[in-house]
Design a binder for this molecule. Structure first.
Ligand code: PAF
Length: 268
């Protein structure tokens, strides 16, 4: 690439398209860290389970490419499934971070993080960016990719972008559009229970089990089906100990047929 030959830096923002203000904020962040921004759009079949929403995942490439141009993105990488997975979905070489891939979301989405790290390693090899940026909303994904980059000595710096929220607190996500009007009105409770846990932690309450059990009951009483609510060490994602100070509170819950995730970083 000419840019690289001229010694100019490149930031990559990988996405699955259907871009919203959260993605655009990552593009803005990219501008602060590199001369050129490349966005990728690839709806990655490896990270969807057999009963998940791969087929109906919203594909809006024309609108996405207009948003990217307006955000100052100069290049869009739009590989096909055959290009990124020439040996098919099962015979590909996989990249996996076992220590971080099986707990939390990984427990409920077998193979998901292996699918993410495999595709992200391919995107990094294809684009060879100096910097790569992901949203903190997918905290576990960020942890997996950080460890993959370290373990494979990849020459790319990883940055995490702050979660962008609706005014009522709901984290932006392409999947929010699946919510019915009633469920959309209830959805901010997920963030509220995480904030409640954070306030208790800040006030010195270290009864992690009770804090998460209360949040679980609150969500259930409002029609959520929580999969997990956990207080973990922010980088290792191991269950937090009372001596830990760098924590993340993470949750995943179904509301109707829509699976929502959210998290709050909490430094004590
Ligand atoms: O966060 C996403 O949109 C996807 O998981 C990613 C990182 C683009 C990999 O397919």
């Amino acid at each position: 690439m000419q840019w690289r030959a001229a010694g100019e830096s490149i930031a990559l923002v990988p996405t699955m398209g259907n871009l919203h203000a959260g993605h655009i904020s990552l593009m803005q962040m990219a501008k602060q860290h590199a001369t050129h921004i490349v966005a990728s759009i690839f709806v990655n079949p490896l990270q969807f389970g057999p009963t998940e929403d791969f087929a109906r995942y919203p594909r809006t490439e024309t609108a996405d490419s207009e948003k990217l141009t307006a955000a100052g993105v100069e290049a869009l990488f739009l590989p096909s499934v055959d290009e990124l997975l020439p040996h098919g979905l099962t015979d590909t070489t996989f990249v996996e971070v076992p220590a971080l891939s099986y707990q939390l979301c990984g427990q409920f989405r077998p193979g998901h993080f292996r699918g993410v790290t495999t595709i992200v390693s391919k995107l990094l090899n294809c684009v060879q960016p100096n910097v790569v940026i992901f949203g903190e909303k997918d905290w576990q994904q960020l942890c997996c990719i950080r460890t993959m980059i370290q373990d494979l000595h990849l020459p790319t710096e990883l940055l995490g972008g702050t979660t962008i929220r609706e005014t009522d607190g709901l984290a932006l996500s392409s999947r929010n559009q699946y919510l019915s009007a009633t469920d959309r009105a209830r959805a901010p409770l997920l963030y509220q229970v995480l904030q409640q846990i954070k306030s208790c932690l800040k006030a010195g309450d270290r009864c992690y089990h009770d804090l998460t059990a209360t949040a679980d009951a609150t969500l259930k009483s409002s029609g959520f089906e929580p999969q997990y609510i956990s207080i973990c060490q922010a980088e290792t994602l191991l269950p937090a100990d009372t001596a830990d100070h760098d924590l993340v509170i993470l949750a995943a819950a179904y509301l109707g047929t829509t699976r929502l995730i959210d998290n709050i970083h909490c430094i004590l």
